[in-house]
Design a protein around this ligand. Structure first.
Ligand SMILES: Cc1ncc(COP(=O)(O)O)c(C=O)c1O
Length: 403
């Protein structure tokens, strides 16, 4: 008998998922740092701020007050109700408490939504560039990604004809991420209205609208597609506390939808994990009901950094940059630098570019290919001014070395 190989025991579902390039680049940067190399990393998508004090205090008080038992599967009613109120007031989404289901981060809310709606072979329209995790979530839930690509020329948003051309009888979901990771693109109310028309002309298509970056905007507050006429029943809105309140490690997210969808989502939540963390939800309650000064201050800080990084990038020959109207990411087009050489090293792709940049110039960035956007790189500006300046100086030096 052959020796047992555990790899043979893995499911095809798991084997089909690749390690995220973002994690791989961040890991490599960490290893180099541990070896004493002065690496600047603009790879990771998380606020560089700590969770505001009042939120931490509320969670700590809750833990001491006994919020250490299982929370209800759908989340604490007070939190569900506060989220529903905020979505009605600020987003014009007519959801009530029954439609709000808490989860362990927005990522799980997206997963729950996919498992609640997709059957094997159902098609999911994904607008590239998209957050790298979407593809794995959709595939694990049995869905088939149908990718519609949009480049810098159209502000990383596809035309309506492109989306219409990708739809079929099997289309079940359109994944919408406005504001977008990695491009920072925001869909205007008019663009969303046009998309809504398309969705409503289809017998069973829903929108899965990931609005996790909604509070990090610099021009105007983004519109929620679920607020448009006839779209509430057609939309699962996903959001969470990670980005706006600097609470990535807390793992509190949620979905908001009409009740039949919410019931199915709650079933998935209950099947996989039961209710989310009890005292973290109490911290989230303090976050959503408390003053918004910290959220506003963090937004102002990202705004300043956005202006800084865009102005520095604009001065580099061979790099084209669209100023992101939201998020803490910029997605410059570096295709003007590809097909060139530095000494004996020829750089053909964004992936090769990022590896070379890390090893030769000690700057970690994520290749656009990881998001379905080849020819670009993603830089996170959730970093201090000094790191941003140092990073872009290194990028400029690297660009000038390619001929
Ligand atoms: C587009 C997008 N959606 C969802 C998430 C996940 O957020 P959470 O930390 O709430 O799971 C991220 C995190 O990077 C993201 O970029």
């Amino acid at each position: 008998m052959k020796p047992f190989d555990p790899a043979n025991a893995l499911s095809a579902r798991t084997s089909a998922i690749e390690e995220a390039a973002i994690i791989a680049m961040a890991q490599k940067a960490r290893e180099m740092k541990a070896q004493g190399v002065d690496v600047v990393s603009l790879t990771i998508g998380e606020p560089d701020f700590d969770t505001p004090e009042a939120i931490r205090q509320a969670a700590s008080d809750a833990m001491n007050a006994g919020f250490t038992h299982y929370a209800p599967i759908a989340g604490y009613p007070e939190l569900r109700s506060a989220i529903a109120e905020r979505l009605n007031q600020d987003n014009a989404i007519p959801v009530d408490m029954a439609g709000v289901i808490l989860s362990n981060g927005a990522k799980q809310a997206l997963t729950n939504a996919c498992f609640a709606t997709l059957d094997a072979g159902d098609e999911v329209i994904m607008i590239a560039p998209f957050w790298a995790a979407y593809e794995g979530i959709v595939k694990m839930a049995g869905g088939v990604p149908v990718i519609v690509s949009a480049g810098a020329g159209t502000g990383f948003k596809p035309t309506l004809d492109q989306v219409a051309g990708a739809m079929s009888d099997r289309t079940k979901l359109i994944m919408l991420n406005s504001p977008s990771n990695p491009s920072g693109a925001v869909w205007s109310a008019e663009e969303l209205q046009a998309l809504a028309g398309l969705v409503q002309s289809h017998p069973r298509c829903l929108v899965l609208s990931d609005e996790i970056y909604e509070d990090i905007w610099f021009e105007e507050r983004p519109t929620s597609i679920a607020s448009l006429p006839g779209m509430f029943e057609r939309t699962i809105t996903v959001n969470g506390f990670s980005k706006a309140y600097a609470m990535t490690g807390w793992r509190v997210g949620y979905s908001a939808s009409c009740e039949p969808l919410a019931k199915a989502i709650s079933k998935v939540q209950g099947t996989f994990t039961a209710g989310g963390n009890a005292f973290a939800q109490q911290g989230a309650l303090a976050a959503i009901t408390g003053p918004r000064d910290d959220v506003d201050a963090m937004r102002a800080s990202y705004h300043h950094r956005r202006d800084l990084i865009v102005s520095l990038l604009s001065d580099i020959p061979g790099i084209k940059v669209v100023s992101p109207p939201a998020t803490f990411y910029v997605f410059p087009d570096i295709s003007g630098l590809l097909g060139k050489s530095a000494g004996n090293t020829r750089i053909e792709t964004d992936v090769e570019f990022c590896h070379w940049l890390l090893h030769e110039y000690h700057l970690a960035a994520v290749p656009g290919s990881a998001f379905g956007g080849p020819g670009c790189i993603r830089l996170s500006f959730a970093a201090g001014d000094d790191d941003i300046k140092k990073a872009i100086a290194r990028l400029a030096e690297a660009a000038s070395a390619l001929a």
